[in-house]
Design a protein around this ligand. Sequence first.
Ligand SMILES: [Zn+2]
Length: 271
Amino acid sequence: MSLFRTWRRKRVLRRARIDDTLWRSVLAGLPFLAGLDEAELARLEELVLIFLHEKEMHGAGGFHLTDEIRLAIAVQAVLPVLNLGLDLYEGWVGIVVYPGEFRVRRQELDEDGILHEWEDELSGEAWPGGPVLLSWEDVALGNTALEEGGEPGYNVVIHEFAHKIDMLTGEADGYPKPHRDMDAGAWARALESAYARFDGMVERGVETLLDPYAAEHPAEFFAVASEAFFTDPHALKEEFPGLYEQLTRFYRQDPAARLPPPEGSRPGPRR
Ligand SMILES: [Zn+2]
C-alpha cells in the first residue's frame, strides 16, 4: 500500500466518527455480527469509515439513502475483508442502491453473429472495474428474522462483494486467487469438488442448503457460498466441510466458531 494512501486513511480515521447510537443500532440489526469481539468490532468500524470515505454511494430510481442505510451496507461490505483489508476493493468507487429489484439491459452476440437483447431483473450486480448495484429491498430481506419471512444465508451485499473479490484478477471465475500462506491446490480442489457435488445435487433435484441458482456458474457458487459462510456458517460447515475449511483460510475468519448454532429445525429450501 502506498505511503500516501496510508497517510490519507489515518487522517480519515482521525477526523471521522460514527454516531454511537447509530452504530449500535446497525450492528443489532445484523445478527451474524454477534460473535465479533471488541478488537474485531473496532477494526470493522475503522474499515467502515475508510470504506465510506473512499467509495461513493448513490440512491437510484428515486431511492433516498439515509445514514443508517449507508452504514448497514458498508458494514456488510467490509465484513468479508475484515482480516484482509480494503485493498481487495480497489479499482472502482461506485455503489448504486435501488429501492427494489432493478432492470438491466443485456446484449449477447451468438456464434451465428446474431445479436440477442433482453432485460434481466436483478437484486444485485457487480461490474468488473465498475460499480456494485444493490436492491435495498433485498438487502433488508437478508436481515429479516426467519419468522418474518427472512431467508437464512441470503445476503446480497456479501454476494456482490464476493464477486468483487473474485474480480480482482479479471472476470469473476469462481476461483479468487489464494493467499500466499494457502495451499493453492487444496483451495482449487475444494472449490471444484464442492461445486461439482452441488451441481449434481441440483441436477438430481436433491435439496441443498445453497440456492440452486449457484449452479449457473462457479462464480455464482463462490458468491452464494460466501453469503452462507458469513451468515449461516454452521449449515455450510455441515454440508460442505472441505469448502468451509478452505473459506476460513481464504477469509481468515471462522464464523462457525464465533456464532452459536441456530436453534430449532431449519426451514425448507431458501429461495
Ligand atoms: Zn452473482
